[in-house]
Design a binder for this molecule. Structure first.
Ligand code: ZN
Length: 155
């Protein structure tokens, strides 16, 4: 070909793009067009066409994992908890050491209610909660156990 003709004519660029999206290797594309493999690689990078970016373009929804980290952490804690728990006791007694009122509740205190709201001695457990959970170990066990056993030992 004449020396002044550019390697990359509009037509060749079109062919390059078509072959690239068809998944051909740089070597194959180079053979198709009749240029060197390096020329293909160089042109692809100038056109910002790289193989790595392709999957993201096809699946733009792939990044929805983030909010799951907290439930997953809780799940792990609970699974450990149940693994350690004594098997099927119908009544579990939790000894709360530091009962507290609603106003005294904080991130640092188990918010499991003791007695019924409105009653004179209504208060909250107040023990140290498990990391990532609102309840202490004993009350987490009660809170997250299967529905049939729930609330058995409440209060
Ligand atoms: Zn508690």
């Amino acid at each position: 070909m004449p020396a002044k003709e550019p390697t990359w004519t509009t037509e060749r660029i079109e062919i390059l793009k078509i072959h690239f999206s068809a998944g051909l290797s740089c070597r194959e594309i180079a053979n198709e067009i009749g240029v060197s493999r390096n020329a293909v690689i160089g042109k692809l990078s100038r056109l910002d066409l790289t193989r790595e970016k392709k999957p993201e373009i096809r699946r733009p929804r792939a990044k929805t994992n983030r909010p799951r980290s907290v439930p997953r952490l809780q799940y792990r804690i609970l699974r450990k908890l149940f693994a350690e728990a004594a098997p099927a006791e119908d009544v579990v007694t939790i000894h709360s050491e530091q009962h507290c009122s609603l106003l005294e509740l904080s991130e640092e205190r188990c918010r499991w209610p003791i007695n019924s709201p409105g009653e004179e001695d209504f208060c909250f457990c107040g023990d140290r909660p498990l990391e990532g959970l609102p309840y202490c170990a004993g009350h987490s066990r009660l809170a997250y156990q299967p529905a049939s056993r729930q609330r058995v030992a409440r209060g």
